[in-house]
Ligand binder design. Structure first.
Ligand code: LLP
Length: 869
């Protein structure tokens, strides 16, 4: 898509040629309500004109004015209507004052007309047309004011936009939710060009076949802008609103929702139809024929990239684009024993819906049951309407109404080809009441209908799972932009440029000595260590050395005051060899008896996480000081395989066994001095550990002999664009809230990843490139044997071509290793410069769970490791 071609026209203030293209700019209610926003509108309109385009500005009424007009139109008392008209006048006068605009004759004419109309007595037969003309005044007033402010020519939208005749619709629908004629009048563009170079007109209003005023219903101004865009065959239509564009989910419920940078008409239409409020679904249809692109932009922050919608789909692998939600869904389940195969049964059933004027949305069917959904935004649903429908349906089947429900829809082109990525999402839905699943026949959506009460929370979890599983490819920057949180929440602390940029030359040189190779930057480890040590609530830190047990790393962290948390005799031995004086914690799982014995001998504090060692190895534990790891019943983390709590996980003593454990320990004289829990890895929610802390503290009373509570590790780092780094200050403050209530216990933590992940990179070299079907493969000499995380967890590691760091990233690669497994993929859909054999690829965040999880699979040998002091 990109910037439409306006370049044939020289930017100039001299009159535009007849061939100059049009740009339609539409501004909604909040965008026309303040002087600051009008300043933006002027800059935009004049800016587009300076680009060489004719500009048509379409405006809504000031926010709140349509509601006031509606109230006036429903008011019987003329005096009360006049009071409302005065309020409306005062709002405009105040805004004009802020804009330092004198009251123009044109604006005054509309205001006087409104005063006049609201004083009219109307016969019942004229009520609906009268109401429509009262309500049209919001746009008439705002556009008249805008014409003065922009020095633009004022256009009455009703002289151009005509509603089509809809004989089957009620008079009310025809007046208040009119449909516009889609056949543009080719003379209109010429006529409008004759009016001026910058025009302003009203959204939301049009005329009917008799010349009367009609309204376009919800989202009507978007529809007006789209029709003007189509009529003028505009270079584009820009919808200026209060958010940067369409997001992958409602950002008010899911702050991690990603901005959708580019969509084609069908996908955008689907997202709008299934719940997104930012754009009205009706407004895309007119643009498709003439292929006019539509942009959505934020008036408050015009510099933000928005959403571009156009005819061409972006070249990219299939991805879920959005998760939309509609509430207020009513399901009607119709049970018909034995009648299903009778000819005409469905026709009979649906005839009832037609008779009651209700439009059906989703349909699910079985041999004896048909269930359909009714969308409250498309139907005038009240309990009477439903009761009468149900009564009529009862003549042909048994009826059950299920409400209120919510429909949650996954939208993306080629939905059926993405089912394999929805495993985790389906597992989550398995625990919910899902009443209906429906897949659209255009292969663009998959909808789940659930209880409305569960939907808000479910939406966020489903979005997380889509991100984690790679079904929503947030890493593809040509489609997805930053998260709402990153765009709108308080600015993220600047984490600066990664350390390896300054080391690029020496890293390239090092790669010449052999790849794959891990390189660890000790200064970065020191920085992370001191950031954690700055958290005053934590009394003792242990480094979980399973993340990276390189001796230089251990030495560094022991020097920085970290104890070492080990899970095997091998780790204990390494810890003793490198830092013999450093305290050690031993927290194994299903380890053999000898491991525990060795750990006691090595002087470590040993943690037990089941009844078995107490019951079977009483002699070993008798008289010892021990730790107890409990399972608090839930797991957390970046992937199901790293969640270490809950009934599906093998870790921790279930709380139901706590009394038996305490009794057993007492019996053999083992003293429990540490209570421990670790729920998982890669957690970015600062509130998590305080939650664990408070649960452990409340269990502590039952134990009696405790000195310390260990809330585990798991501190995460953002892996994908738009994720938010852990707020250590907030984490510390949350821990303090608990600590103040339980000052008698020391607080321990045992992070691994947080200390070492960013300090490590994996260097690899390009082996071969290959194009196969739609895919471009970039082969490198590191594979799942060097870095297992992408294959095992679908983990996302950013990667760059270090040899071509400044080249344009214009190829879309599947980055793969040399191992004979289809899962040997290190990165999917990575935009990188075109690679050549021998180029050095740098893989980020490889310092944790990288080399330690490497293998010699395929007899390819272990990766090298190197330290940068
Ligand atoms: N404490 C215990 C008891 C643990 O089991 C772990 C990690 C940690 C602390 C440290 O967690 P961290 O702060 O590093 O998240 N291989 C996976 C991570 C598995 C973590 C296992 N236990 C990955 O690459 O993401």
């Amino acid at each position: 898509m990109g910037q439409p071609a306006l370049c044939s026209i020289v930017s100039t203030d001299s009159p535009l040629p007849a061939t100059a293209p049009w740009i339609v700019l539409k501004f909604g209610g909040t965008s026309v309500s303040t002087a600051a926003r009008w300043a933006t509108i002027r800059a935009l309109a004049h800016g587009r004109r300076a680009e060489g385009a004719r500009v048509l500005v379409v405006v809504s009424a000031l926010s709140g004015i349509t509601d006031l007009l509606k109230a006036a139109s429903q008011e019987d008392d003329v005096g009360a209507r006049l009071v409302i008209a005065e309020q409306i006048e005062a709002r405009h006068v105040e805004l004009a004052h802020c804009l330092e605009l004198p009251q123009s004759a044109q604006w005054r004419t509309h205001m006087d007309a409104l005063r006049h109309i609201v004083q009219m007595e109307t016969a019942p037969a004229d009520l609906i047309p009268w109401q429509a003309s009262v309500m049209a005044h919001g746009e008439l007033l705002s556009s008249a004011m805008g014409a003065d402010w922009l020095h633009a020519a004022w256009l009455d939208a009703r002289s151009v936009l005509r509603a089509s005749d809809q004989p089957n619709q009620s008079e009310r629908m025809q007046r208040f939710s009119a449909l516009l004629e889609t056949q543009p009048d080719p003379r209109a563009a010429v006529e409008l060009a004759g009016l001026g170079e910058i025009l302003i007109t009203q959204g939301f209003i049009a005329r009917d076949v008799h010349g009367g005023t009609v309204l376009l219903g919800r989202g009507g101004s978007d529809t007006s802008a789209a029709h003007f865009g189509a009529l003028l065959r505009a270079a584009r239509v820009e919808i200026w609103t209060d958010v940067a564009g369409m997001f992958s989910a409602n950002p008010r419920l899911v702050p991690d929702a990603r901005l959708l940078r580019r969509l084609d008409y069908e996908e955008a239409q689907e997202i709008a139809t299934t719940g997104a409020k930012v754009l009205h679904a009706r407004c895309l249809a007119p643009l498709r024929g003439p292929r006019v692109p539509l942009w959505i932009k934020d008036t408050e922050r015009p510099q933000l990239a928005g959403t571009e919608i156009g005819a061409e789909a972006v070249e990219a692998s299939p991805s879920i684009k959005a998760l939309s939600m509609r509430k207020g869904i009513t399901l009607v389940s119709m049970e018909s024993i034995g009648m299903w195969q009778q000819v005409g049964f469905l026709a009979d059933v649906f005839a009832q819906f037609k008779r009651h004027g209700l439009s059906v949305d989703l349909i699910g069917s079985a041999e004896t049951n048909v269930t359909v959904s009714l969308d409250s935004s498309e139907n005038l649903l009240d309990s009477d309407a439903l009761a009468t429908l149900a009564a009529d349906l009862a003549q042909v089947c048994r009826v059950k109404v299920i409400a209120p429900c919510a429909a949650i829809t996954l939208v993306g082109r080629g939905m059926r080809g993405m089912l394999h990525r929805l495993q985790a999402l389906l597992a989550e839905l398995g625990g919910q009441r899902v009443h209906l699943i429906s897949q659209s026949s255009n292969n663009l959506n998959l909808t789940f209908v659930t209880d409305e009460s569960a939907a808000d929370a479910l939406l966020g979890r489903m979005h997380d799972l889509l991100l984690q599983s790679g079904a929503l490819r947030a890493d593809d920057g040509s489609i997805f932009g930053p998260s709402w949180r990153a765009l709108y929440a308080a600015p993220m602390a600047d984490t600066g440029s990664p350390w390896w940029r300054a080391q690029r030359v020496s890293l390239l040189r090092s790669a010449e000595q052999g790849t794959p190779k891990y390189v660890y930057h000790l200064p970065t480890i020191r920085e992370r260590a001191s950031a954690l040590r700055g958290m005053s609530a934590v009394d003792r830190w242990y480094y979980a050395l399973k993340a990276n047990s390189h001796s230089a790393v251990l030495r560094e962290l022991a020097r920085a005051g970290f104890g070492l948390e080990c899970v095997s005799p091998g780790e204990l031995a390494e810890a003793s060899a490198v830092a013999p004086e450093t305290p050690r914690l031993f927290t194994p799982n299903f380890a053999p008896r000898d491991d525990y014995a060795a750990a006691f001998d090595a002087g470590a504090l040993v943690c037990v996480d089941s009844l078995f060692p107490l019951q079977k190895w009483g002699d070993l534990l008798a008289g010892r000081e021990i730790g107890l790891r409990v399972d608090l019943g839930v797991g957390v983390g970046h992937h199901e395989k790293v969640r270490t709590g809950g009934s599906g996980s093998k870790f921790g003593l279930p709380l139901a066994d706590l009394p038996a454990f305490l009794a057993g320990a007492r019996r053999i004289g083992a003293r429990i001095t540490l209570l421990h829990a670790h729920l998982g890895s890669g957690v970015l929610d600062a509130a998590h550990w305080a939650g664990v802390y408070v649960q452990l503290a409340s269990l502590a009373e039952h134990v009696g002999t405790l000195r310390a509570l260990d809330v585990g590790g798991g501190l995460g780092l953002p892996q994908r664009e738009g994720e938010w780094p852990l707020d250590l200050a907030a984490l510390d403050a949350a821990l303090w809230d608990v600590k103040r209530a339980y000052p008698q216990f020391e607080l321990w933590m045992e992070p691994g990843r947080y200390l070492v992940a960013e300090a490590g990179v994996l260097l690899a070299r390009v082996t071969q490139v290959k194009d196969k079907d739609a895919y471009h493969y970039l082969g490198i000499d590191a594979g799942m044997h060097s870095l297992l995380r992408p294959a095992l967890y679908g983990a996302h590691h950013r990667m760059v071509n270090l040899s071509r760091i400044d080249a344009a990233a214009d190829s879309l690669y599947q980055v793969v290793g040399p191992i004979c497994e289809s899962g040997d993929v290190l990165g999917t859909d990575r935009r990188m410069p075109a690679g050549e054999e021998g180029d050095v690829i740098l893989i980020e965040h490889a310092g944790a769970y990288g080399a330690v999880m490497a293998s010699e699979y395929n007899r390819r040998g272990l990766p090298a490791q190197e330290i940068l002091e």
